[in-house]
Write a protein that binds this ligand. Structure first.
Ligand SMILES: [Zn+2]
Length: 205
C-alpha cells in the first residue's frame, strides 16, 4: 500500500469538494488556460521539476507483463533542451512543469485493452490495465501503481489545495495526483495525465 501523506483536514476538504469540483477548479479555472496559451515553455504551474543524479530501485516489467524483479537503475537526468527533443510541447508542460491536460482530452480515460502504462518520459512501468477504472473524471484513473517503487508521492499545496502529487521515480516527471476517493480494494484514485503515459499493449510471452 502506498503511504498516505494527506492529512485528515485535507482529506475532508477534498471529499467536501468532491472529485468533480476539484477537476473543474484545476482544469477549467487555472491549468486549462495555461495549457491553451502555452507552447510548453510558457506554463506557470508547479514550476521547474529537477532530477538529481543517482541510482533508484525500480521494479522492472517486460511488455508481456512479466515481473523482471527489483533492479538498481540510474535516474534519467536531462536538461530542458533534451526533454523538448523527446516530448511534445504538451507532454513537456505536464511531465517537466507539472501542468494538467484538459479532462477528456487524452486517449486513456477508460479501460480499453490489456497492457502496461509506461512513463512517456523514460518508459518506466507505472500502471497495469488490471487496476484501471472509469472514474468519469476524464483522466486515466487507477487504484494502485504497478509497483510502489516506481512512483514518488509528494505533498502538493499549490492553488490552496492539499493534494498528493505523483511523479515517476526514474525521471521525476509529473504524472498526476492521488486522491482518497477511489474504488476497492485500495480506496485510492491515481488520477493521471494521458500525455504522461505511453500505453504498451500486452504481447504474448
Ligand atoms: Zn519517467
Amino acid at each position: 500500500m502506498p503511504r498516505k501523506q494527506v492529512t485528515d483536514t485535507g482529506r475532508r476538504q477534498l471529499l467536501q469538494w468532491g472529485a468533480a469540483g476539484v477537476a473543474t477548479l484545476v482544469t477549467g479555472g487555472l491549468f486549462g488556460s495555461l495549457i491553451l496559451a502555452g507552447d510548453g515553455t510558457a506554463v506557470a504551474a508547479a514550476g521547474l521539476i529537477q532530477t538529481t543524479p543517482g541510482n533508484v530501485a525500480l521494479q522492472v516489467y517486460a511488455d508481456d507483463g512479466r515481473d523482471l524483479g527489483l533492479q538498481q537503475l540510474p535516474k534519467l537526468v536531462l536538461g530542458d533542451a533534451e526533454w523538448h527533443k523527446r516530448l511534445s510541447p504538451a507532454a513537456f508542460a505536464i511531465l517537466r512543469r507539472g501542468n494538467t491536460e484538459p479532462a477528456f482530452s487524452g486517449a486513456h480515460e477508460r479501460p480499453a485493452a490489456r497492457g502496461i502504462f509506461r512513463c512517456a518520459g523514460c518508459a518506466t512501468a507505472l500502471y497495469d490495465d488490471a487496476t484501471e477504472f472509469d472514474s468519469g473524471t476524464g483522466w486515466p484513473s487507477f487504484w494502485q501503481p504497478i509497483s510502489a517503487h516506481n512512483v514518488i508521492e509528494l505533498r502538493d499545496t499549490s492553488f490552496g489545495m492539499l493534494r498528493t502529487e505523483i511523479r515517476c521515480a526514474r525521471c521525476d516527471g509529473h504524472l498526476g495526483h492521488m486522491f482518497h476517493d477511489g474504488p476497492a480494494p485500495t480506496g485510492l484514485r491515481y488520477c493521471m495525465n494521458s500525455l504522461a503515459l505511453r500505453f504498451v499493449p500486452r504481447r504474448a510471452a
